[in-house]
Design a protein around this ligand. Sequence first.
Ligand code: URA
Length: 436
Amino acid sequence: MHNHPARLIARKRDAGELGPAEIRDLVSGVVDGSLGDAQLGAFLMAVCCNGMTPAETAALTLAMRDSGRVLQHPHVTRPKIDKHSTGGVGDKVSLLLAPLVAAAGVAVPMVSGRGLGHTGGTIDKLAALPGYRTDLSIERFQQVLEQCGYAMAAPSAEIAPADRRMYATRDISGTVESIPLITSSILSKKLAEGIDGLVMDVKTGRAAFMVQEHDAISLMESLVAVGRAAGIKMAALLTDMDHPLGQALGNSLEVIEVVQALDGPCPDDLREVTLALGAEMLLLAGVAGDLDSARATLVRLWQDGVVRQVFRHNLELQGGDPRVLDDVSLLGRAPHVVAVEARRPGFVVDVDPLALGHVVVDLGGGRRQPSDAIDPQVGIVLKHGLGDAVQTGDALAFVHARTAAAAQAAAERVAAAMPVGDEKRRRGALVKRRLV
Ligand code: URA
């Protein structure tokens, strides 16, 4: 490091501003280890307490991006646009969205994460598909992208390595909740994909990373500003995570919901959020002139079976068994499936995504520790949503569990998370705000 780290840390401590070269110096110290753990923790806390200017956040993002390999796709002529969600319960949008947008002529190089806490991760969902590989080499990732229009991979150690150390340190130092640190963490990895544009799905509500709407809006604004400063096109939607998305929660159950939605029924909320994000991606790509025509294109491709074909092609290229498209039983089924029944007539007055997300984790469908193995087949399938009328004995949901005892314990908690009362409530808007 050229600058003495203590001096830079002290400047941030005193709410001063760091220049791009100073930030690059700190980030190179993160990667080569010359910045010690105590120094990194102190720097992160100083940023957490005093924030960063947009210019500092952009410099941090670029330095983190450049800490590893930055992909280029010289053989891909299509515009390269990705989507990133801040995470939710039942959020399987990426699995539908990538083939949908690829079918419309956009390249989607999607590097996704694993589940975090009660929120699911695309990589864990894909792991439920027999044979499907997400540990692609960069060269294979590029080939798959070229051949079918989208590729889905877990982040390799070569992508934004500074973020790994910084995120792990934030996790144990009370510095996760910082808009500049979240912005740079998310965008450094996305920018390393070699994209021309990014649509952010920033969730807000009980099960969101940003529970309060005003925090989610600040994050949205920061992501859009910093992404643009880093040279890519940006759009962001603020979407509801006060209720789960779709009806299936749990990795293999969510994949089944997606496979069925490719040419059959798709829950309205899942369809709505997928189309809204997809339309933004088409606009950023310049393959549609306005949101209405973008949406109409996507609906047609979905209805005509093109999306299913693209999904199949990707499945074949990434080692998955394409027979699952015609036979979802190949995904297996947990041995104990029990109904959660309404104990009185009335309306479903809540579907608490945070409580349900925790039930899925406790069934084995998520991780408590980073090293935990996931049981892909466990989870919950909702049969009713907010405001639905039910009779005593109607199934509100089904719990899929590895043991009878786990199923019973989960069923009690699902019943508590889906109370039945007298008031007919409606879900608020799914897309709460658009920032372009
Ligand atoms: N996701 C990330 O990748 N980083 C954060 O800081 C928060 C969410």
